[in-house]
Design a protein around this ligand. Sequence first.
Ligand SMILES: C[S@@+](CC[C@H](N)C(=O)[O-])C[C@H]1O[C@@H](n2cnc3c(N)ncnc32)[C@H](O)[C@@H]1O
Length: 253
Amino acid sequence: MQEIPQFVQQVMVDMYGSLPRQGPGSAGSTRKAFSMLGPLPERPTVLDIGCGTGAQTMELAKLTSGHIIALDIFDWALDSVSGKVVQAGLVGRVHTTKQSMDAMDFPDETFDLIWSEGALYIMGFEHALKTCQRLLKPGGYLAASELCWFTDDPPDEAQEFFETGYPDIITLGENVRLIADCGFEMLGHFHLPARAWWDDYYTPMSRLLPALREKYADSPDAIAMFDDTDKEMAIHRKYGKSYGYEFFVCRRG
Ligand SMILES: C[S@@+](CC[C@H](N)C(=O)[O-])C[C@H]1O[C@@H](n2cnc3c(N)ncnc32)[C@H](O)[C@@H]1O
């Protein structure tokens, strides 16, 4: 995966580091997806891919008594997870690992459960499904949220926007077929509710941006990142019914 320049990483820390989540999601949605899983071993081995600062990792730690590995590529995200783990007294049960999701070094059939919220698009959903299929034990579970069109005829302006941000976005129906083609049995799926986009993500982000625009006033690259984020929020306000994150819960065949 492409190396991210140091300056961009610093701007990312300022944009995302203090937010409750680094993408759309909510504790309620994490719990709902978890409730759709079948039976797990008493102490499941869990992998959280693209954990960010660990909102869903910490929720998973409450929901299972298993061993959780939280994986991300950024130190600032993993350091934040580690701090929360210490504070919650979960050292020994939740570990972090700095790895790129497209080069994970776990042996095949390691995990009872793979979790990923708003992150698998980074390696491409199909590639991610095949990788998770390999890393899961037979009968293991995958729970992941993925951006989908909710219509076969998306609005032109939204399509143009995702042409740069996520050109591989496909419809919900296409993703359901893809998941089956990759050897998973679907246990259920649901749309992330509108509040899951705003409460812990877009609303705190929009409060942060004015101060960041001042801090980085002399940096056109940073300003372009803020403009993209404002555009993303405007697109979501306008077309949020035409696309969204679908939380898929499935079992490895
Ligand atoms: C949209 S955020 C979601 C974070 C978190 N799951 C949440 O919902 O709050 C995507 C996460 O993937 C991480 N990420 C980006 N590229 C990655 C890669 N190649 N391998 C692993 N994680 C990556 C980012 O650092 C970020 O934390």
